[in-house]
Design a protein around this ligand. Structure first.
Ligand SMILES: [Zn+2]
Length: 102
């Protein structure tokens, strides 16, 4: 399977829903600005990058890969902060803004 297909497959998985739910329960609000609505889960290490790095090419491999489901790889952010993070990552290509949250 191609990275894009795997990416979509993972995002539709039950396990993925549980992963995002657990992060929402843990963080409760946007870790940057404290907003409590329009919340989304941000992958600290991009899902596409992980898929490539871990050589995930099937549904079974994805399911069995613990690193993919590590709660430490996700943070809860609001829509606006999420856009800002993605923009910053694209510009600086680093994770400084994420380190600031902790
Ligand atoms: Zn926010």
């Amino acid at each position: 399977m191609k990275e894009r297909d795997i990416n979509n497959t993972i995002r539709r998985m039950h396990k993925y829903k549980r992963w995002t739910t657990n992060i929402k329960k843990r963080d409760n609000k946007c870790v940057f600005c404290g907003k409590i609505n329009e919340l989304e889960v941000h992958h600290i290490r991009a899902l596409s990058g992980l898929i490539n790095y871990l050589n995930i090419d099937s549904r079974d491999k994805a399911l069995g890969c613990d690193q993919l489901w590590d709660l430490k790889n996700g943070i809860l952010v609001c829509h606006n902060c999420h856009l800002q993070i993605e923009k910053d990552i694209k510009i600086k290509n680093n994770c400084k803004i994420i380190e600031k949250a902790y």
